[in-house]
Structures are given as C-alpha cells and as structure tokens.
Design a protein around this ligand. Structure first.
Ligand code: MF3
Ligand code: CO
Length: 249
C-alpha cells in the first residue's frame, strides 16, 4: 500500500531532506584527492547526528556506513573505506539518507574530481537532466510509467543506458516504501500519481550497457562491462502545485 503523507508529514520530510542536502554540500567540499572515503563517511555521520538526525543507511540490512561512495564503474552501494582514496580523474557518486523526527530523506549526487572532459560532462549532465525530466512528470494525474519513460528516453537518446535491476522507491517513515520507481518503462502505465505521495527518484546511467554485477562484499554494484556510471537522486513530494524537491537546501 502506498502511504500518502499529510502537509504536516511533508513538513517533517522537508527537514530530513534539508539535512541530506547539507550533508552532500559538506562532503563534496571535502572530497579532494588524498582523502579517504571513510573520512568522508565520518564527516557525514557527525554532521547528520549534530542535526538530531540518524543516518538512514547505517545498519540497514547490515549496511556498515552512513554514505555509499561509488567510484567510476561502481554504480551504487560502494562501502567507504580507509584504504580507498579520492583521486584526480575519478567519477564519484555519493548517496546519503537521514532520518529526522521519524521521517527519511534520501539523495545522491555524482561529480568528477578535477576538470572533466566532454564525455564525462555529458554523462553527468544527461543523468542529472534525466532525474529532472522524471521529476517534471511527477504530477497528479500522471502515472508512474511517465516518470520511468522520461528518464529512460533521455538517457538512451543520448547513447547511454539505464540500470534496470535497481529502482527508486516510495519513502517516508521507512527508507523504502511502495511503490518501486523503475528508471525505464512506458507512458500511462503503473500506478496513478496522487497528492501526498513521496518518492525517491534515482536514475543510474551507464556509459555502456545496463547490466550490473555484485562484488564479493555483497554490497558494491558495478557495471558488468566496466563502463562508468553516474547516479542522481532526489526525494520529492507530489503536491497540488506539482513536484516539490525535498532534498534541497
Ligand atoms: N539510495 C539508496 C536506496 O535508496 C541507498 C540504499 S543503501 C542501503 O536504496 F545501504 F541502505 F541499502
Ligand atoms: Co534511494
């Protein structure tokens, strides 16, 4: 069942979303060559707790960290480590969730360490645009498939592929609620969108093919062909005035 949220509940989710957005800002500023991904994780956790919130991912199904940091051909769920350093030339995707007063916010951002070349710029731009185009479709009266289709079309029209085995999701009191939000699909299919729905839309876009593989750590997801992948995610609320992005400052 899809849990619709009241205006008061959305207000709480806005607060959680703001903490998530601020965490992204902080972590991106510190993501410089030589810093370990574990250091970034610690920074994020400290900040989230300082705001009276808790990291949503930590201990979720046994996940050991606050952030997911996925580099280059890693798609999602890269585990921060003391041994993994940020380096010039990396395509870094960071995913973070925070729970405040009972409600979660969840967002991901990708960026390049250094000066990106045209190919890298395009991957980042197209993935972020795909997310925006999906969000534009998140209005009352549309269908879930309208979001999915807009994302898939934009990625594929630009020569990229969307990961199909991982999806976005409803979000609220739980990190993952119904419905699942695939990044591919057909217009006018799936559930009808309604005021009060809160969802995390999260396209994962690959330079090569869409198939993925799980590493031996049983978390890190990588592209099967070794091509790079970008990930952008926002938590949004469907309101009578259209989609509102909750994971912004
Ligand atoms: N944004 C991802 C998601 O919504 C992050 C989950 S990581 C996990 O699924 F560790 F919490 F699973
Ligand atoms: Co998510």
């Amino acid at each position: 069942m899809i849990e619709l949220k009241s205006a008061q509940q959305i207000e709480l989710m806005r607060a959680a979303g703001k903490i998530v957005a601020e965490t992204h800002k902080l972590v991106k500023e510190e993501a410089k060559p030589g810093v370990s991904t574990l250091k970034l994780d610690k920074l994020a956790e400290e900040y989230i707790r300082s705001q009276g919130a808790t990291p949503s991912f930590k201990n979720y199904n046994g996940y050991p960290a606050t952030l997911c940091i996925s580099i280059d051909h890693q798609v999602v769920h890269g585990i921060p480590s003391k041994k993994r350093l940020i380096e010039e030339g990396q395509l870094v995707s960071i995913d973070v969730g925070a729970k405040k007063d009972g409600y979660h916010g969840d967002a991901a951002r990708s960026f390049y360490i250094g000066e990106p070349d045209e190919k890298t710029k395009k991957l980042l731009r197209v993935t972020e645009e795909a997310l925006s185009l999906g969000i534009e479709q998140a209005v009352t009266g549309n269908f879930l498939g309208d979001i999915s289709f807009a994302i898939q079309k934009h990625a594929e029209d630009n020569g990229f592929s969307v990961v199909r085995d991982l999806v976005g999701h409803g979000i609220g009191k739980k990190l993952h609620e119904e419905p699942q939000v695939p990044n591919y699909g057909n217009p006018k299919t799936g559930v009808k969108l309604n005021e009060g729905m809160t969802i995390a839309i999260e396209p994962m876009v690959n330079e090569g093919g869409w198939t993925i593989r799980l590493l031996e750590d049983e978390w890190t997801v990588v592209t099967a062909d070794g091509s790079r992948s970008a990930h952008f995610e926002n938590t949004i609320a469907i309101t009578k005035n259209g989609a509102e992005i909750l994971t912004k400052i």
